[in-house]
Write a protein that binds this ligand. Structure first.
Ligand SMILES: Nc1ncnc2c1ncn2[C@@H]1O[C@H](COP(=O)(O)OP(=O)(O)OP(=O)(O)O)[C@@H](O)[C@H]1O
Ligand SMILES: [Mg+2]
Length: 142
């Protein structure tokens, strides 16, 4: 039996729509998803990740990892079938990244898609040719 219906793989939303979009989206996550955030400077990619973190019960406020490139948090899924399963949230910001190799050097391809992880990538369009097929793309419109 499938745990859930397949999620859509492409969404397009505006920063003011994040609050209404996220609860159901997070509810459907089962761990292993890769979420590509695409959109202009200030479109709301970090805001999206912060609100996602809140829904996962991550106590720290997620900040922009622009200078750190990668941050890791621990939260819990809200999917009722998964009983608060623990999940590692990997938050990357590729704004300053110039090659996929740099992203690989952060360990990206080792952790993305692993069970009990969520990988959120700001500026994921920089590595679009390398993203796995089932990546969920969220376009933040400005
Ligand atoms: N509902 C809202 N409507 C309009 N603006 C908002 C709303 N909520 C937050 N903002 C503001 O919009 C901006 C979004 O910035 P955010 O850092 O999330 O964008 P970003 O896409 O991550 O930018 P960057 O490309 O620099 O990483 C912030 O200044 C935030 O305060
Ligand atoms: Mg950002």
């Amino acid at each position: 039996m499938q745990i859930q219906a397949e999620m859509e793989h492409k969404y397009s939303l505006n920063i003011s729509e994040i609050d209404s979009f996220l609860p159901r989206f997070v509810h459907n996550l089962k761990g292993s998803e890769i979420i590509a955030l695409v959109g202009d400077l200030g479109a709301g990619k970090t805001t999206f990740t912060q609100k996602l973190g809140k829904l996962l019960g991550i106590p720290k406020t997620i900040t922009s990892p622009t200078y750190i490139l990668l941050q890791e948090f621990t939260g819990r899924l809200t999917n009722p079938k998964l009983k608060n399963r623990e999940v590692r949230l990997y938050h990357l910001d590729l704004y300053r990244t110039t090659s996929f190799t740099e992203a690989e050097n952060l360990g990206l391809t080792e952790f993305w898609g692993q069970p009990q992880t969520l990988t959120v990538i700001e500026w994921a369009d920089k590595i679009s040719a390398h993203l796995p097929k089932n990546t969920i793309t969220i376009n933040l419109k400005s």
